[in-house]
Design a protein around this ligand. Structure first.
Ligand code: GAL
Length: 957
């Protein structure tokens, strides 16, 4: 009897692989020839690792019947489902946990590419040739011209193979067998779609005799002398030149000269060249020194403040296969939104991304491709990072990251990985990294005592705890107490939110030890879908999935900024512009770490009733980092009783590589003259007819007291509204405590409030409607009185709400809603804008007159939920009605009800009806970040308390 294993041994082997060359520095180009093997490849997908023999790798195999797919790519995102589908889990392994074994059902993609060496290429006998795979998920074995060249794991790190002895001038056959699941999958349990394939570039590199092997650019900066020291260590001797610095030295030789330092704010790069006997490699050198000094992360002698994001690689059609323009789009968007740092969660990115970070200026925490989060389900038993058998695989990953990326000035911190528990393997990685590169710091969030790390790092800590840490009152080991603190993840940007950013930022800026934070996360990983718009977890019928938890980014899948990104930009502005309360003075503070303000032009304008009166230049000195100045502003115009504000903007004075001249970097606003109170003398009285009551411009149903028309405009269903379609942050995450109000609201019945009519009273000068609004099965209710008065042309509604019974939950919202005809397609308002805002997400709402179509007033969160409220609205006009608020109100309008919004699972579930539903809210509950962090701070709670608020309606001609 013979036994056969069900999968090839290498698939389930803890080893990182065999046959690959040692890892080395990556560079974008050189004068040695290279041939991209990207493009159309043949593909055959089998259900198991051993369903087919490997004869396809043999010379002369006819793959003519196979499908054609794009490489780089994931096969599950090609072929309209013909090759299987994506699977999304947050931390659960989508297979039984029995390391290093994987399921027999192991989708396996056999890939074939036939290629010729281009004209003019060196003879295959000249020098070496190397085949490089930049990223293959999760395990591959490769053959060239029928010869096995090796197998490898480590999806997001590169692997190179020497193939010179196998190449021929024409008709080369490259065969790659890729398995979706392997032992390596246990190390790659990141919160993302599982997407097998050759998803990064495949390249053939000529390696002439005497060409560059590995090299390490050491370029430090001494902030005391203003000098940089360059030394390029190279496995192959050669010369290093930097013309702009008059440098021309041997490799291994140090040279010190005056330089402009590299920082994320001032990314000075010097072009140089490394020349060996066989190759010329262009260098882009940034001089900077990273150190841990005085308990702080310092670059070039100064502490830095990270205003960061966590970036997964994502494209809605190609998954983690990104082209250069998509990577550049990310960097430009980040720079334009004042972001200065990226954590490459949770793996080294495509190498070109780091070139862009060097060039445009972003601090990078480069994270290793390691997460074993699913072991938490078994109390971390059998965790590979605490099992010596796996340590070679961990070290292999660390080395492939560090060696590849070590020459990037933007990389200031190495991260061992994410959510992998603790264990000796991590310590071994940290030791190896320190030994290889002592010029950067080491990070790993899971190392709570900071045994192996240089930074105390946490995720989703609440505001009060962060403040305690800032004050050094958090305790912890002696070592940890000496270290700076960062939040490697905070502000979970899932759906509407994150709330509370400004409150965090205030805390970071108040305590030196707090060196900033990284929003989770940059982009929603929605997958473009023909019926659903964008798919999320579960939409491909996965047996285990985590729904829309994969859609938690600051940009939508198409990279349109969400309101969260606009808010973040405002909260982390590198220039603070604020009034002093008098309306006549502006205080400008330089909040950069390195730059002065000479690259900015300032302008100010006054606005009357939200309309600007023309901008003028404002002179602000260059101001060193940390400095402030106060500037007197010219007197504003006489608003003749209208409201007046000033706005001061800091704009780019010149074009920069990342935004044009005139781009707004920061702004501030202050009210100089408040608006006049809204008064309506109750001079007209209700006139009762048979079925209708008339009051000024209003016509009411005599039985219900509800308005039918106002100023000739049909109005339907006007009543108190307390329900909002719970946001992801309202619903919270399943592991959160009992303050998940989205869940509590529903169990309370706030989505099914009943309105009992207690009386319609037609008095001398007012029509009064008394009601009690409450859900079935509950004693708690809201006694609600609508009082209508008029001066003959305008109609004023005063709503008084008095809670009775025992209210143990805050309210989602409180205000009124009503319907208008669908022709009410466009709105104009004076208030916060242009985008949405909620009590703890309102920093970016600028006061002014704004307008937009009803469609434009919706924020397209992938899972539909409350959105689109405009804050601090003084007046709004739509559908022939003008509404003034006393006090200011929250304004939203949509072509469906809040209940329909709540019921929808995808945007495509929302279809416009024949009514535009308008909400005018006196209050909204805060948003918070409870989908993975804290809920709203108590001051943003909308508690059930007695309130009174008014709206004045009039018809517009
Ligand atoms: C963190 C994790 C991230 C992501 C996030 C929630 O715990 O590191 O990968 O899962 O939570 O979206």
């Amino acid at each position: 009897m013979t036994f056969r294993t069900t999968a090839a041994d290498y698939v389930e082997n803890v080893s990182p692989g065999s046959g690959a060359l040692p890892p080395r520095a990556r560079y974008a180009s050189s004068d040695a020839k290279s041939l991209s093997l990207n493009g159309s490849w043949r593909l055959r997908v089998s259900a198991t690792a051993d369903a087919e023999d490997d004869s396809f790798a043999e010379d002369g195999y006819d793959a003519g019947g196979w499908a054609e797919v794009a490489v780089p790519g994931h096969w599950v995102l090609q072929g309209d489902g013909a090759f299987g589908s994506p699977v999304y889990t947050n931390h659960l392994y989508p297979f039984p946990v029995d390391p290093p074994r994987v399921p027999t059902e192991n989708p396996t993609g056999d890939h074939l590419k036939v290629f010729d060496l281009p004209e003019g290429w060196p003879d295959v006998s000249e020098g070496g040739f190397v085949l490089r795979f930049d990223g293959v998920e999760s395990c591959a074995r490769a053959w060239l011209n029928g010869r096995d060249i090796g197998e490898f794991k480590g999806s997001r790190v590169p692997h190179e193979f020497a193939v010179g002895h196998l190449l021929r001038p024409t008709g080369n056959v490259l065969a790659v067998r890729v398995h979706q699941w392997s032992a390596g999958s246990y190390l790659e349990d990141q919160d993302q779609w599982w997407l097998p394939g050759i998803f990064r570039d495949v390249t053939l590199l000529h390696r002439p005799a005497g060409s560059v092997l590995d090299f390490f650019v050491h370029a430090s900066y001494d902030h005391v002398t203003g000098e940089g020291t360059l030394r390029v260590d190279s496995d192959v001797d050669g010369r290093v030149s930097v013309p702009a610095l008059d440098i021309d030295v041997e490799t291994g030789e140090a040279v010190t000269v005056p330089v402009e330092p590299w920082t994320a704010e001032t990314p000075a790069l010097y072009d140089g060249e490394l020349v060996t006997e066989g190759e010329r490699v262009p260098l882009r050198i940034g001089f900077r020194t990273v150190e841990l000094a005085d308990g702080l992360i310092k670059v070039n002698g100064r502490p830095i403040l990270f205003k960061g994001v966590n970036r997964h690689e994502w494209h809605p059609e190609t998954g983690r296969a990104l082209d250069l323009e998509t990577m550049r789009a990310d960097v430009l968007l980040m720079k334009r939104h004042n972001i200065n740092a990226v954590r490459t969660s949770h793996y080294p990115p495509h190498p070109a991304f780091l070139d862009l970070c060097d060039e445009y200026g972003l601090w990078v925490i480069d994270e290793c491709d390691l997460e074993t989060h699913g072991f938490v389900e078994q109390d971390w038993r059998d965790n590979p990072v605490d099992d010596d058998r796996w340590t070679p695989a961990l070290l292999d990953r660390a080395a492939r990251m560090v060696e590849r990326d070590k020459n990037h000035p933007s990389v200031v911190i190495w991260s061992l990985g994410n959510e992998a528990g603790t264990g000796r393997g991590l310590t071994a990685m940290a030791e190896w990294i320190r030994d290889r590169d002592d010029s950067r710091l080491v990070h790993y969030e899971g190392d709570i005592d900071c045994r192996d790390t240089d930074v105390y790092s946490r995720m989703y800590a609440f505001h009060d705890e962060v403040e305690r840490i800032g004050k050094g009152l958090d305790g912890g080991t002696h070592r940890r107490r000496q270290l700076p603190f960062i939040l490697c993840e905070y502000a979970h940007a899932m759906g509407n939110g994150p709330g509370g950013l400004a409150d965090y930022q205030r805390i970071f800026e108040a305590h030196e030890r707090l060196q900033g934070a990284f929003v989770w996360e940059w982009i929603d990983h929605g997958i473009k879908h023909p019926e659903l718009g964008y798919a999320y977890g579960g939409d491909f019928g996965e047996e285990l999935h985590d729904g829309n938890f994969v859609c938690d980014g600051l940009v939508f899948p198409d990279r349109k900024p969400s309101p969260g990104l606009v808010e973040y930009k405002k909260v982390i502005e590198p220039v603070r512009i604020a009034g002093d309360g008098t309306g006549g003075t502006v205080r400008v503070t330089n909040a950069y770490d390195f730059s002065d303000l000479s690259h900015l032009a300032f302008e100010f304008s006054h606005q009357v009733d939200g309309l600007p009166t023309g901008a003028r230049e404002l002179t602000v000195g260059p101001l060193a980092p940390g400095q402030s100045t106060e500037i007197k502003l010219p007197a504003g115009p006489d608003g003749h009783g209208a409201e007046v504000q000033w706005t001061v903007r800091a704009l780019l004075a010149e074009d920069t590589p990342w935004a044009p001249q005139g781009h707004t970097v920061a702004w501030g606003q202050e009210t100089v003259a408040p608006r006049a109170p809204v008064t309506v003398a109750a001079s007209a009285g209700p006139v009762a007819g048979e079925r209708l009551i008339t009051l000024g411009p209003g016509v009411f149903d005599a039985r219900t007291g509800e308005p039918r028309t106002i100023g000739g405009v049909d109005v339907t269903g006007l009543r108190l509204d307390v329900w909002r379609a719970p946001t992801d942050n309202d619903d919270g995450a399943s592991w959160q405590d009992d303050t998940r109000y989205g869940v509590l609201w529903r169990s309370y019945g706030l989505h099914r409030m009943r309105h009992r009519l207690d009386g319609v009273e037609s008095g001398d000068d007012a029509l009064t409607v008394r009601t009690r609004v409450a859900p079935a099965a509950r004693e708690a209710g809201l006694r609600t009185v609508y009082r209508w008065t008029s001066d003959g042309t305008r109609l004023k509604l005063t709503v008084s709400v008095r809670p009775d019974g025992n209210w143990t939950v805050p309210l989602p919202r409180i205000g009124i809603r009503f319907g208008l005809a669908s022709s009410a397609g466009h709105a104009q308002w004076f208030g916060g804008g242009p985008g949405e805002a909620y009590p703890d997400t309102g920093a970016a709402a600028m006061l002014g007159q704004w307008d937009g179509s009803i469609e434009e007033m919706q924020t397209p969160y992938l899972r539909p939920q409350e959105n689109g409220a405009r804050a601090d609205v003084r007046w709004a006009e739509l559908g022939g009605l003008r509404i003034e608020g006393d006090p200011e109100f929250w304004f939203s309008a949509r072509r469906w009800t809040n209940e329909q919004l709540d019921a929808a699972r995808h945007l495509t579930d929302l279809t416009p009806g024949d009514t535009v539903w308008v909400n005018l809210d006196h209050g909204q509950h805060g948003i918070g970040s409870q989908s993975c962090g804290p809920g709203p701070l108590p001051r943003y709670f909308l508690n059930a308390e007695p309130v009174e608020f008014s709206f004045v309606f009039s018809g517009i001609d």
